[in-house]
Design a binder for this molecule. Sequence first.
Ligand SMILES: Cc1cc2nc3c(=O)[nH]c(=O)nc-3n(C[C@H](O)[C@H](O)[C@H](O)COP(=O)(O)O)c2cc1C
Length: 401
Amino acid sequence: MDLAGKNIVLGLTGGIACYKAAEFTRAMIKAGASVQVVMTSAAMHFITPVTMQGLSGKPVFTDQWDARIGNNMPHIDLTRDADVIVIAPCSADFISKLAHGACDDLLSTLCVARPATVPLLVAPAMNVEMWQNPATQRNLAQLLADDIQLLGPDAGEQACGEVGMGRMLEANQLLEEVIASFQPKLLKGKRLLLTAGPTFEPIDPVRGITNLSSGKMGYAVARAAYEAGAEVTLVSGPTALAAPYGVRRIGVQTAQQMHDIVMAQLAGADSRTDVFVAVAAVADWRVANASAQKLKKNADGSAPELVFEQNPDILATVAALPKPPYCVGFAAESENLLQYGEVKRIRKNVPLLVGNIGHDTFGKDDNQLVLFDADGHTSLPRAGKQQLARQLIAAIASRLT
Ligand SMILES: Cc1cc2nc3c(=O)[nH]c(=O)nc-3n(C[C@H](O)[C@H](O)[C@H](O)COP(=O)(O)O)c2cc1C
């Protein structure tokens, strides 16, 4: 319930992407928000107020002369207890109106009349030529200068059949952005690199050794870092998870590949990384004699002889760099967490180590963490992984100088 108690005014303007606003409304309601829909008259050509009322559970407002509000001023009253206004989809026309402070219908007047403390988020949706038009680009620059936040757009196939920039974000991406807008920007301007998921060490072309890490904890940390305003690169072993919106993901399979990508990210010309978080459950060993062909059963019933060699220790290698980023390690233990956690932090030479119990976290949606640093340890009690990830990001931000 990431939006519990939040009052959201959702404005719809005239575009095909109005169909996504229905799903977006449902998603916000599911996340605990109360949603007040306001539509332009063009928007009503694309989706009906009936649908939006049915999904939001509230009468929809479309007209500034609507007398249902006591003082007959919906353009004032509808935003007075709003936490945020989101325009999705936002047409090229409405972007132009916002840039110029137009007040010729309910939605535009409501935006201009909103209290200065109510943020305005805008999700553009339009044909690629409309998006690239210099007038639209001028208007968008004005919106940014006026502290109006843009959500997307994305590039891709468009309803008109053309391809390019201007697609509205999907409902789940919009939801993530709205949730992010409520998080404090504790890592604004920082770059964070992290690893997540299991690794997979081949035995032959079709078999390998892996572990039960689902990647959920690492992906939650990546999302929390993006919510906190960081630029996030996620180096991920094989998982079934979608990349969190706004996070750059690089997929790898083996521990060696994960090591090589991490070191390349840290060594690049444009390489300033402020924080490295090693969440991945990296295999300690790989199969030294992996077969190039699929192994066959032996006629005498004997099993193949596998020879193991140690993988590089990614966290220790990063921590040993001449100018390391702030390093945070994760340790999954099966018992004696308090004892092993502190020993591991010192052995890996990192300022912060996060301990968790492997069988209590792998694949689960909740977890509990213990943070070890030079001053001792702090417990973060059992909670959803996203909530814990936000607490961890706050703990990391407070330790950055
Ligand atoms: C079928 C159709 C689809 C349209 N799709 C879009 C769109 O995706 N984005 C956009 O900016 N305008 C689109 N338009 C144009 C807008 O609906 C038009 O500019 C309208 O005046 C916008 O009004 P509003 O900003 O008050 O909602 C479309 C028009 C039609 C007829």
